[in-house]
Write a protein of this length. Structure first.
Ligand SMILES: [Cu+2]
Length: 463
């Protein structure tokens, strides 16, 4: 698929419908609208050959789900019966796996329906794995699978709204709970001016795919790499005639492109599915997963990432590859298992996020006033972000027609870079810098300014 066509494929052949089932008593007694916990959510995926286009215009053969790399984001509410019909339009066996959930073999030119109940809330990777080899995953057969709680039920019953089932985490979820409780209620994570400072989930529209990929509150980042010499193996019918051994892949893997959601460099600028773009007091959940074979160390400027959950990886010997704080104990083997979503019990704030192959981490970008901008210390020991407040007061915003842009002041949107600290990852095609895993995030204005900006005429920018 050509990268210019990416936006056209938001719907694809994916369908999501809900079928009503009888009400649960507890919810009905609480006066809550009762959704349908067991409803079947049918997804359809098709495995076939496709084409990917890189930042330098080069096209390579690839394998894709629904002719997309990565495949569509699949989102499902916890408790739903999931049905994923996987059609394999290649003459080779594929193993459809959702990490930590299950694996189903899909024979050559045949169809298999994977069914299961959506369990532990969090972020998962789906991919094709045959015989423990990462080959098909690297050639493009990968995507994100998301399980989220029933937000309407949480709201209606007065529970804290988070992306997780805190009760299922038990005591291990206490630290996570405190993070979400702090939002909008502390000096640091403020509310006011019409903004409650809380994290809000993206609205459940029923057609769940589109809402997630372009949600303001949630960004899904699928990280990977492209080594054209491996892509060259893919034949037009999706066959990969040469089967390199796992060692051959890991030893010979020489990636030349480093992508987020299939794109890199300039193509990531202004990409609505990738770039977090909000106001102060509007925290954004970021679901980051590395489906490639290289380690990434994504470094964000302007705010710190708050680590929420991670998925533990297990090596061939069955040993965990990470210590309790998430540091790698063993990095010399390809992980063979990728387990359940685990809440961080000791919450770290990080600027550089370690992402090992097949690791997936949820982090929160708090959208607080950047701590590195000039502050003034007050007599009572508190700090005032004078420069940021000045920007808000002047209303300097490049996106509006009548912004009073003063060159000596920084205008909104205030943009901060995100780049991978594994230096080769910031390049493309063997040295083209910075056309690799580089993007940005942006603060559009101060606390509650979304409301006041809503009526201002915007400039139209052609992309
Ligand atoms: Cu940096």
């Amino acid at each position: 698929m050509r990268r210019r066509d990416f936006l056209k494929y938001t719907g694809g052949s994916l369908a999501a419908t809900a079928i009503g089932v009888p009400a649960t008593n507890a919810l009905a007694q609480a006066g809550c609208p009762v959704t349908s916990p067991g409803a079947v959510v049918p997804f359809e995926l098709r495995i076939s050959a496709t084409t990917i286009t890189m930042i330098d215009g080069q096209e390579f053969p690839a394998l894709g789900f629904n002719e997309r790399v990565p495949g569509p984001v699949l989102r499902v509410k916890q408790g739903r019966n999931v049905s994923i019909k996987v059609r394999n339009d290649t003459p080779e066996l594929h193993g459809f796996e959702i990490t930590g959930i299950g694996k189903w073999d899909v024979g050559p030119n045949s169809t298999v329906t994977a069914t299961f109940v959506a369990g532990n809330c969090g972020s998962y990777i789906y991919h094709s794995r045959v015989g423990g080899s990462p080959l098909y995953r690297l050639l493009g057969l990968h995507g994100a699978f998301i399980i989220y709680p029933d937000y309407d039920e949480l709201r209606c019953t007065g529970q804290l709204v988070t992306p997780y089932d805190l009760a299922a985490f038990g005591a291990a979820g206490n630290s996570l709970k405190k993070v979400f409780e702090a939002l909008g209620t502390t000096d640091r994570f403020q509310s006011g001016n019409g903004c409650d400072g809380r994290w809000h989930p993206c609205e459940d529209t029923g057609q769940e795919l589109t809402a997630t990929e372009y949600s303001n509150q949630e960004k899904v980042w699928v990280l990977t790499q492209v080594d054209p010499s491996f892509n060259a193996l893919v034949q037009p019918n999706g066959r990969v005639p040469i089967k390199p051994l796992i060692q051959d892949i890991t030893n010979r893997w020489l990636p030349r492109y480093f992508t987020i959601n299939g794109r890199s460099g300039f193509d990531l600028s202004h990409a609505p599915d990738v770039v977090p773009s909000n106001y102060i007091g509007e925290p954004t959940l970021m679901r980051i997963m590395n489906v490639g074979l290289c380690h990434h160390a994504n470094h964000i400027h302007g705010n710190h990432w708050i680590e929420l959950t991670m998925a533990d990886l297990v090596n061939k010997g069955g040993r965990s590859m990470f210590g309790p704080e998430g540091h790698a104990l063993s990095i010399d083997t390809v992980p063979v298992d990728s387990r359940q979503v685990i809440p961080r019990t000791n919450i770290f704030e990080v600027d550089t996020l370690q992402m090992w192959p097949l690791q997936r981490k949820d982090v929160l970008l708090p959208f607080e006033v950047p701590p590195d901008m000039p502050y003034v210390k007050n007599a009572d020991g508190t700090y005032t972000p004078v420069q940021f407040n000045d920007m808000v007061a002047r209303g300097n915003n490049l996106e509006f027609i009548n912004s009073t842009l003063k060159s000596e002041n920084e205008p909104f949107p205030l943009r901060f870079v995100m780049h991978c600290h594994t230096e080769m990852s910031t390049t493309a095609a063997g040295g083209n810098y910075p056309q690799g895993m580089v993007t940005h995030w942006q603060i559009n204005g101060g606390l509650g300014q979304r409301e006041t900006d809503a009526d201002r005429p915007r400039k139209v920018v052609a992309l």
